[in-house]
Write a protein that binds this ligand. Structure first.
Ligand code: SF4
Length: 345
């Protein structure tokens, strides 16, 4: 029934309203959420729905994603902040808002050049499993950034096979019992492990190597070496730096505490971006103010006091406006003209 209604509206109103923005939204919903079955218009089954289909007519930028068993609609805010323990103050340096179905590694890939541009001295970038990818490894190699991945995405490899650089362009490949130098094939690199050792190896049930006539073979590409480097780096850095990424979780809380149930109160990419930039600026100001107060430098202290003064004045102004609105609504204060005083704070 609902499908037929949509079809009727589409057929009869399209000639008159096809250039109207509202009608274009209707058309998009109609095309994406309905389908033809046995010459009848029916609601498209949920398994055929694309993650980029319209989620809400008042937020056309929103998308859909399932993550860790949760169904999420809307946008994702991704932030980057400095995390150097020696810094007096660490700041949020990059904020971006994307549709929620954008892969984390794609977001990072798009931001890497910008991150390098904004913080040219960056040496390490810590991120969780979702942000790692081969293309990001290549980009970070070019920018001389060491990737540190704090969790691994995907299944484990059974027996651990370690690839290391051997004499400039070569690779040494090791399993728990053997270590061999890889040789190049036409498309990949190949490490051949001694078959007689593999036969008596206690790990051979879990080992995913390919058994061939003369040896057990492990094929890999140079990209696999970079991937292993990224995943192993967390074990190679000092213990005190291994938990650095946890700091960003505290910063994320600064964003979510201003939301309602982890949902922003605005719609659309533009307004969500304004919200995210606003929170990031506020968080950075707060950190700078606390740093200044702690270190007590005179000029900086004056800036801090001024910032507090402006915050106080703008808060006072807001309260005053609310009070006037309340008095006007409850008819205690009669207004002949609408209350309209512009303020440039
Ligand atoms: S089966 Fe062979 S390749 Fe696999 S772990 Fe054992 S010795 Fe190494």
């Amino acid at each position: 029934m609902i499908g037929e209604s949509y079809q009727w509206i589409d057929r009869h109103l399209r000639p008159h309203y096809q250039d109207e923005q509202i009608f274009k939204i209707f058309e998009r919903v109609y095309q994406e959420h309905f389908t033809v079955v046995a010459e009848k218009i029916v609601v498209r089954p949920s398994e055929e729905m694309g993650s980029g289909f319209v989620q809400s007519p008042d937020d056309l930028d929103a998308a859909y994603r399932e993550k860790n068993g949760h169904r999420i609609k809307g946008h994702v805010i991704s932030i980057v902040e400095t995390a150097t323990p020696e810094n007096g103050v660490n700041l949020i340096t990059d904020v971006v808002v994307k549709p929620v179905n954008t892969d984390d590694s794609t977001i990072l890939n798009e931001r890497l050049d910008i991150i390098k541009d904004k913080t040219p001295e960056i040496e390490e970038l810590h991120f969780d499993g979702g942000y790692g990818s081969e293309t990001n490894d290549q980009k970070m190699l070019v920018h001389e950034i060491t990737p540190v991945q704090t969790a691994i995405r995907g299944r484990s490899a059974g027996v651990e096979i370690v690839i290391e650089v051997h004499q400039e362009n070569g690779y040494q490949v090791s399993c728990p019992l053997q270590s061999v130098v890889a040789t190049a094939t036409r498309k990949r690199l190949k490490a051949c492990f001694n078959k007689s050792v593999c036969k008596i190896c206690p790990h051979n049930q879990d080992c995913r190597l390919i058994e061939q006539k003369n040896c057990w073979v492990y094929y890999f590409r140079p990209e696999d070496y970079l991937k292993q480097q990224r995943q192993r780096m967390i074990k190679n850095i000092p213990v005190e730096r291994r938990m650095l990424r946890n700091n960003v979780e505290a910063s994320i809380k600064e964003f979510t505490c201003r939301m309602r149930g982890r949902k922003v109160r605005v719609r659309g990419n533009f307004k969500t971006s304004l919200f995210a930039y606003g929170v990031a600026i506020g968080v950075n100001f707060g950190r700078i103010r606390r740093f200044i107060q702690k270190n007590g430098e005179r000029e900086l202290l004056i800036v801090s006091i001024l910032m507090r003064f402006f915050t106080w004045i703008s808060g006072l102004w807001k309260e005053f406006r609310n009070l006037i609105e309340y008095l006007a609504k409850s008819r205690i204060l009669q207004r002949k003209c609408p209350f309209e005083i512009k303020c440039s704070f």
